[in-house]
Design a protein around this ligand. Structure first.
Ligand SMILES: [Zn+2]
Length: 182
């Protein structure tokens, strides 16, 4: 899918064919390294996100749609016997370096090329969060680990509680240059 990175039109075409509704955001720069370019807000056609309509790069929108359709909802059905009705997240665009440090590598969040997923709400009223349920030895923990493994198929970098303490309450999903799955 590397081609999609450099081809905004192809990325939007694939999203459209999949029934994912997006709106283009105007390009802009902020500070010395933050940039909104090839960024869309997700408006519909996927499992609803909360807060609604996060701004993500088109490739992240595509990875998200593939993940929620081919990994998240199938895992919810087969492991928990329910549908995911809401995906709770902590955000996508944030103008900062990794871990909010003063120096060092620029975060993929600085270009909206990442999404931090916190948890899920289900059709049976259940809620499952990374913070509370990652270590669960029953079906809810099994569901979360299946969701993480599925994300590794759709995104480049996936970091969760097994990576470090900074990710104890969310799954960081991005389309950056590094292939990491933990
Ligand atoms: Zn993140």
């Amino acid at each position: 899918m590397a081609r999609i990175e450099g081809d905004p039109a192809a990325c939007r075409a694939v999203l459209g064919e999949g029934g994912v509704r997006t709106r283009d955001l105007p390009e802009r720069s902020e500070g010395e390294f933050c940039e909104i370019r090839n960024v869309v807000s997700i408006r519909g056609g996927t499992t609803p996100l909360r807060p609604a309509a996060p701004a993500v790069t088109c490739p992240v929108a595509l990875s998200f749609a593939i993940w929620e359709r081919h990994a998240l909802q199938p895992a919810a059905r087969s492991i928990l016997g329910a549908e995911v009705t809401v995906i709770d997240h902590y955000g996508s665009y944030a103008c900062r370096r990794i871990y909010g440090q003063e120096t060092g590598r620029v975060s993929q969040h600085a270009t909206a090329n990442a999404l931090d997923v916190a948890g899920f709400r289900f059709s049976d009223g259940r809620r499952v969060t990374i913070a509370a349920d990652w270590s669960d030895e029953g079906e809810e923990g099994r569901f979360l680990r299946a969701v993480r493994d599925g994300a590794c198929q759709a995104f480049e970098t996936v970091l969760g509680p097994e990576y470090n303490a900074a990710h104890r309450d969310h799954l960081h999903l991005d389309r950056g240059p590094y292939r990491v799955c933990r």
